[in-house]
Design a protein around this ligand. Structure first.
Ligand code: AMP
Length: 249
């Protein structure tokens, strides 16, 4: 296989305690640590392993968003991707818009495999990979926990409710990653230095001729309800009474 394309989204780091803006229009991102979406790190790690074992020759990381996404692309390059593409826009990018942009890049680059995260942890949509496969009219294997290749096909193990399902898809295909696929590598300082010299191409979204108009409007954003303090009980009788008082038994 020639090329693997990996989509990485810039999101609020998963260790950050997210705060909702006072006007309920979204979450605070100013001054907040941003990172590659964790499932996309897994996607990139898998692409690198596939290339390292000789099953692919090039890994391209792509992101759609603001100029700041270059930080996450540089991290991707430091992890080992060969080159990066940023499709720049200041507008919010919904899954359908992201899928349309990714399709344009596939048409330009000719990817044999596109790996995405199963979901972005900021909006929890879990839609982009599926929409991309449909627009591209290629097979998809979602929630992958293992991937193997042979003779133009990918064999993908999927985590489903009842256990593990193994499916085979013809390449080119779309794969989305689940948590247990791998453990992404740590970036080392020399790799960060090396990544500065790797190619990072900037494309204005307007130059791709895609429709990215919003399909929905977020009408409100509210933080989760505060958890109530627990009550210590002396014994079983105390527990039963506490449950009765709350009307739970
Ligand atoms: P979602 O459908 O929003 O949950 O996102 C699923 C996956 O699509 C993510 O894990 C990324 O791999 C990819 N993706 C979504 N939005 C973007 C974006 N703006 N830039 C790059 N990749 C994206």
């Amino acid at each position: 296989m020639e090329k693997i394309m990996v989509a990485v989204k810039r999101v609020v780091d998963y260790n950050v305690r997210v705060r909702v803006k006072p006007d309920g229009s979204g979450v605070v991102t100013d001054g907040v640590k941003m990172s590659i979406n964790p499932f996309d790190e897994i996607a990139l790690e898998e692409a690198l392993r596939i290339r390292e074992r000789g099953d692919a020759s090039e890994v391209i990381v792509v992101s759609i968003g603001s100029t700041e996404c270059q930080q996450q692309l540089r991290t991707g390059l430091a992890m080992g991707a060969d080159r990066a593409i940023l499709v720049e826009t200041s507008q919010a990018v919904e899954p359908l818009a992201a899928a349309r942009v990714l399709l344009k890049l596939i048409e330009r680059e000719g990817a044999d495999l596109v790996i995405l995260g199963k979901q972005a942890i900021d909006d929890d949509n879990s839609q982009t990979g599926q929409m991309l496969a449909a627009l591209w009219e290629r097979p998809q294997a979602t929630f992958a926990s293992a991937i193997e290749f042979a003779e133009g096909k990918a064999t993908v193990t999927r985590e489903v409710d009842a256990g593990l399902e193994v499916i085979e898809v013809d390449l080119p295909a779309v794969v989305t990653t689940d948590l247990r696929l791998n453990e992404p590598r740590y970036v080392k300082l020399p790799d960060i230095m090396k990544a500065k010299k790797k190619p990072l191409e900037n494309i204005a979204i307007a130059d791709l001729d895609v429709v990215i108009d919003p399909q929905f409007k977020v009408t409100n954003f509210a933080p989760p309800e505060q958890r109530q303090k627990g009550v210590m009980v002396e014994d079983v009788a105390g527990l039963v009474k506490a449950l009765k008082d709350k009307g739970l038994v």
